[in-house]
Design a protein. Structure first.
Lengths: 365, 266
């Protein structure tokens, strides 16, 4: 019987253990655009070699920045018991590839929210707990991660755990978390906002217009509790040189948010685009043709490089998913689930290596 | 009983419990009344997103028309019921199916192996994948012959991605990118320096239907079959759809529907 158990145990160990993957030599990113970045999606990627391969390909594309999600519920499934295994893997490999990590924190564990609520539901009673997680994260990755986004699209009810959207609560969250993180790592740069671009009319239960929400944040004193504004800059079906307009969601809507920073005395701060880009799904109403997506993306990276000194990173959504979503979301990616590069990946790579000099043309090369 | 026998009994019980747990649905299939309900109400509720002509769109009066509408009506007629078309956004179709708002999805829906745990699929009724396309007078018949050939693609499309893959893997072919699939088709027809085209079958059939002298050769290079989706538990409905699709193919009705929506030049 013992022999059977030993054989079974050995089989299970061999079958299910994750082989470690060597970090490899220290790399650096070669690029003509030091602001170029991408939002990776390694949260649910369990295989270490796939994490490493994703980050290698980001470097090879010429992107020095990544945004990655570090869900609180995954790291602290039980109060005070942290499991950093997956986070260590992502951050160590990213650093070794020469990438700068912008860590997005969120996703509330069950113990920190009422039953039957969404993992995006965070009430004031647990702001301190979230702050302790953020502080623990900052402590563990001091010197490895210097940028941290607090929350995601809090101006949407969906992203606010289906609660009524309320800027005052988000600002209260910043007010609690910011000092906790700064106390353990004063150099950590806190990003706030990451607002969803939306034209939601007043009273819309789904959300609040991002311009209205940001002004409310300033009115409530948020400026003292973040260092960099995180911006989501989606182009939908508009080209990247379409002028900014409060009544339009387009790439240059970011300029309206910037103007609001300046108007509120926050011009010394910079901004980072932590989501954005274009989609080329054949049937989604907010999509463009694949060639337009390439041309618009290259032009947008160049707009940020040449015209927007107040933007320090442009991280478009999304590099690769661990598995196909089988929806329009798949048409945001740069690499398919099997790591085959899409044409947009190769064109961005040509751009970062200086092989595309003129990005103003929005037609085929 | 000895200790060894107790252990054996425990192991057998554990195995049986495990088997019953894992294979519960197969051993004790849930009672499904989908087929009876369709018969009783005389209506087959079909979900589609009318934004993808010629498979589905709205006419001037707002009525759904297209290949899939005709297909649904032919299937329903074979069963002696009416097809009720329910228009739903593409990304919500399977949710609506699982919520019981519709009986089936007939909406140029690509087969997805990963979703077979959530829904049941019919046999494919249209292969929409990427094809190698040549002029009708061309002697090219496979990707193996593309070395040193000039191949048109829509820039950034799946055809472009496959062309770049072929460049990496084997052929010293030259890609000629165009802004739209229609421009790539025009280039193949009118520019004699273009030898072939990599494009989806819907574009090929649309162009052929408008009289373009082109043909697809070889199998799909990236398969994308359209299928009908149904609830897992609707076993009888699945059988009826399968047998009716076979009948419609054998009797030439599928060919007639395809011709109706693609062959405009005839």
């Amino acid at each position: 019987m013992l022999a059977i158990l030993a054989i079974g145990g050995t089989w299970l160990f061999v079958r299910y253990r994750q082989p470690s993957v060597a970090l490899g030599p220290q790399r650096t990113v070669q690029t003509i655009n030091p602001k170029l970045g991408i939002h990776t999606r390694l949260t649910d990627e369990v295989e270490p070699w796939k994490i490493k391969r994703s980050l290698e390909m980001v470097r090879e594309m010429g992107a020095p920045w990544i945004v990655e999600y570090f869900p609180w519920a995954y790291v602290e499934a039980k109060p005070g018991r942290f499991d950093w295994t997956h986070s260590d893997l992502v951050i160590d490999h990213a650093n070794r590839q020469g990438l700068t990590v912008i860590a997005r924190l969120g996703f509330v564990p069950e113990w920190a929210r009422p039953k039957e609520t969404s993992p995006l539901y965070l009430d004031e009673a647990h702001f301190e707990d979230f702050g302790q997680y953020a502080a623990a994260f900052a402590t563990r990755y001091a010197g490895k991660v210097n940028y941290m986004i607090l929350g995601n699209e809090p101006n949407l009810s969906l992203e606010w755990g289906y609660q009524p959207v309320d800027p005052s609560k988000y600002v209260a969250l910043l007010r609690v978390v910011y000092p906790l993180v700064k106390a353990v790592d004063p150099t950590m740069q806190i990003l706030a906002g990451a607002l969803a671009p939306t034209l939601a009319p007043p009273g819309d239960a789904a959300g609040i217009n991002d311009l209205v929400y940001l002004q409310s944040m300033y009115d409530l004193g948020a400026a003292a509790y973040f260092d960099i504004l995180a911006i989501h800059a989606y182009g939908w079906y508009s080209e990247p040189d379409e002028p900014a307009d409060p009544d339009v969601v387009n790439f240059r809507r970011a300029e309206l948010l910037r103007a609001m920073m300046v108007a509120n005395g926050d011009e010394e701060k910079t901004a980072m685009i932590t989501e954005g880009g274009w989609n080329d799904h054949p049937r989604w109403t907010r999509a463009v043709r694949p060639g337009q997506r390439i041309a618009y993306t290259l032009r947008a990276y160049e707009v940020a490089r040449q015209e927007w000194p107040w933007v320090t990173a442009v991280c478009f959504w999304a590099f690769r998913f661990p598995w196909d979503a089988k929806s329009y979301q798949d048409y945001f990616t740069f690499v398919d689930t099997e790591f085959e590069p899409k044409p947009i990946y190769q064109e961005v790579q040509r751009y970062t290596q200086g092989d595309i000099e003129d990005t103003s043309s929005q037609s085929v090369p | 009983m000895t200790k060894r026998k107790w252990l054996l009994v425990a192991l057998v019980l554990f195995g049986v419990t495990l088997l019953l747990t894992l294979e519960r649905e197969r051993i004790f299939p849930a009672q499904d009344r989908s087929w009876q309900t369709i018969q009783e109400r005389g209506v087959w509720r079909v979900g589609l997103d009318p934004s993808f002509p010629p498979f589905e769109s709205l006419d001037a009066n707002g009525n759904p028309i297209g290949y899939d509408v005709d297909l649904a009506q032919e299937i329903a007629a074979a069963w002696g019921v009416q097809a009720e078309i329910v228009t739903i956004g593409f990304d919500s179709l399977l949710d609506a199916l699982q919520a019981g708002q519709i009986d089936s999805v007939v909406s140029a829906l690509p087969y997805d192996q990963r979703l077979t745990k959530d829904v049941a699929y019919s046999m494919p009724y249209f292969e929409a994948g990427i094809r190698l396309v040549v002029r009708t007078d061309s002697t090219l018949s496979s990707v193996e012959q593309l070395t040193n050939q000039k191949v048109a693609v829509e820039w950034g499309s799946m055809g472009d991605m496959i062309g770049r893959r072929l460049q990496r893997e084997q052929a010293a072919l030259q890609l000629a990118p165009y802004s739209t699939p229609q421009e790539a088709v025009e280039a193949l027809i009118n520019d004699q320096t273009i030898d072939a085209l990599l494009v989806d079958q819907v574009t090929v059939r649309t162009a052929q239907g408008n009289g373009a002298p082109i043909q697809a050769v070889g199998p799909a290079l990236e398969s994308n079959p359209y299928v009908i989706a149904m609830p897992h538990a609707a076993v009888t409905l699945q059988e009826k759809v399968a047998s009716t699709l076979r009948t419609l193919q054998e009797t030439g009705v599928m060919t007639k529907i395809e011709s109706q929506w693609f062959d405009h030049s005839k």
